[in-house]
Design a protein around this ligand. Sequence first.
Ligand SMILES: Nc1ncnc2c1ncn2[C@@H]1O[C@H](COP(=O)(O)OP(=O)(O)OP(=O)(O)O)[C@@H](O)[C@H]1O
Ligand SMILES: [Mg+2]
Length: 312
Amino acid sequence: MRAASEPTNGSPEFGTRNLIGHVTGTSVQAGTVHGGVHVHIASAVPPVPAKPSRRGLPRRIDLVGRDAELESGVVMLTDPDQRHVLFVHGTPGVGKTAFAVALGWSVADRFADGCVFVEVSERGDLVADLLSALAPGERLPGERDQRIAALSALASRLDVLVVLDNVRDEDSLGEVLALGGRLAVLCTSRNRLTGLGDQDVSFLELDSLPVGDSSRLAVSIAERLTPQQSVELAEVCGGLPIALCVASARINRTASLDVDRYLKDLAHPDHGLEELRAGARSVERIIEYSHRELTSGQTALFATLGMLPTRP
Ligand SMILES: Nc1ncnc2c1ncn2[C@@H]1O[C@H](COP(=O)(O)OP(=O)(O)OP(=O)(O)O)[C@@H](O)[C@H]1O
Ligand SMILES: [Mg+2]
């Protein structure tokens, strides 16, 4: 970051002009600071945040498979002829977050102001979450229309990829997409949100991993799996990465575990809970398997937690 000490038009008396990549705006330059410096994004001109290069983006992991989806994702987020809003959806545990992180790392360099990753809070306000991510440490404006205005001002001048992980409802997302500006947006959600109106959004559905990738993922975690066992595990887990990771980690962690017996247990129909959906059947079995290993106190706590409401 380079800061020149020239005064700026319409900026605070002691403001300086910061040059961050191609982004310009007002900030406060201080020599010795006594009692802290407070800049409020409630002001008419929101301050330009520090360059948000990969801010909050989780550590990169090596994805197994997903090459074609990554390739499409790169095109959808960087093609100059498209609006850059990509919506990744799929069943719980299919790998949406892992995919979005990998894609974020792949394209972050194409955005002058980098990438910010926002894990959307369950009961939170997407606009507030995003504003905090783009201007960290700033005090949020109290009124909603002020928040929208501040976000809109940032959106119009930042060339940034925003990753919104686990978006739950289209209302708040629609508000963010309606800001327009230069924001590129990559969302993940368990549901394909259908109420986005006429927003120009590309959709990408992640499916379970094919058997080959599933068994490679299993072996990358549990090296002692034989090729035959890894294929069996891939099948019993239905190619669902979360199920593969949980089962393989257990095999890896417990040297005394008889793998063939464990595979039979996972596949046994009597051990399965009533299956709620085809893609999650193996997870049901893994959850049940783990549940049987809990102490009676842990089981009671688990049952109590299950009765708590998850939504207001
Ligand atoms: N292609 C992959 N290669 C390697 N690991 C993967 C892959 N896909 C997912 N995983 C791993 O599987 C687990 C579940 O993935 P992830 O959390 O991304 O699923 P999700 O779809 O975001 O789930 P949720 O709907 O609960 O948010 C994680 O540990 C992740 O690292
Ligand atoms: Mg996720």
